[in-house]
Write a new protein. Structure first.
Length: 339
């Protein structure tokens, strides 16, 4: 009966819509970046083995995971702010200042006070960035770059080298591990899961995507876009504060170069882009970002074992990022139908 209503006698019924299958899953940026991470790992293992080295040793695996933690924390925060169509270039200097505040406070006031002071600093910087971007309508690139210069000026005026001291108990965050898995990786996973839940399962998460997708339409739909951007910047800075605490535990003291030497500002954006999050906002997520972080960490490990020239290392990383963005852009470009 139903079939008679849908199709006339003698006509073939229309083919059913294709179900989401392997082709669609492989086209998903999250799946793609994790497959790329697997491919880079296997290729790195083959190249290192061909040179007489060993890649899958406990020492190297632990090093890759530990190197992923700080960048991963910053990149998770960067993901949330980029989803709104904004970004944060002050993260590198905030990390440096955060390690100094944490170490100096811990030396005189204890661990809890140091953690609270570092997170309070992070909230203040994130709130300032958000208010400048959303309230004063200053371009995010310029606003956060200006904040970075302010933090840089304060660091250079107040510090000439490492300062403060981290307690031995707190340093366990940077060095202890459960089997081959560093304890700090559990911190990264906890932050990433919380960020994933926030972006995918809460009203604030929907507002982040809506603001980045079309701010005008989101505002007409009742989304408080300015407040959403401010909250995203605060969340980003809180993730940066967590990274600063981790690095302070690793270094045993505060370091004015902790964030800038590793270029966490540009590296975090690169990881987010590799993970398939659009710089224009409204598309992407934390799961892909973690895959991008792993790709960069594995590449660094391979380059270090092969003692690759720094220039060639940066060239390869640049090519990988450009290729990934070009591939995502090509997949998202609708094809014209021909008669």
């Amino acid at each position: 009966m139903t079939g008679d209503l849908l199709t006339a006698p003698g006509e073939k019924s229309a083919a059913p819509a294709p179900r989401p299958g392997r082709r669609l899953r492989l086209a998903d940026p999250v799946t793609g970046v994790w497959l790329a991470a697997l491919a880079v790992t296997l290729l790195g293992w083959a190249v290192v083995a061909a040179q007489g080295g060993q890649f899958f040793t406990t020492t190297n695996v632990v090093a890759v995971l530990q190197n992923s933690v700080a960048l991963g924390l910053v990149a998770v925060g960067q993901s949330m702010v980029i989803l709104t169509g904004s970004l944060d270039l002050s993260v590198a200097y905030l990390i440096s200042l955060g390690t100094l505040v944490a170490a100096q406070t811990m030396q005189s006031g204890g661990v809890l006070l140091a953690v609270l002071a570092t997170l309070a600093l992070s909230v203040a910087v994130g709130l300032a960035n958000g208010l400048i971007v959303a309230g004063l309508k200053v371009n995010a690139f310029i606003a956060t770059l200006g904040t970075a210069f302010i933090l840089r000026g304060w660091i250079e005026d107040q510090y000439t080298g490492p300062a403060g001291q981290v307690t031995a108990g707190f340093q366990r965050l940077g060095y202890d591990r459960i089997g081959p898995v560093p304890v700090s990786v559990l911190l990264l996973l906890a932050v990433a899961v919380a960020a994933w839940f926030l972006t995918r399962r809460t009203r604030l998460g929907h507002h982040l995507y809506a603001t980045g997708g079309d701010e005008h339409a989101a505002r007409l739909s009742g989304v408080r876009t300015r407040r959403t951007v401010v909250v995203a910047h605060v969340l980003c800075s809180l993730c940066v504060g967590a990274a600063a605490l981790f690095l302070a535990a690793r270094l045993g003291a505060g370091a004015p170069w902790a964030g800038t030497e590793a270029r966490y500002d540009l590296e975090s954006i690169a990881a987010v882009v590799l993970g398939g999050t659009a710089l224009a906002g409204g598309r992407g997520g934390v799961a892909g970002t973690l895959g991008g972080v792993l790709v960069l960490a594995v590449l660094d490990s391979v380059f270090n074992q092969l003692a690759v020239d720094p220039f060639f290392k940066n060239v390869v990383r640049g090519v990988v990022i450009i290729a990934a963005v070009a591939l995502y852009a090509r997949r998202r470009t609708p094809r014209r139908r021909t008669a």
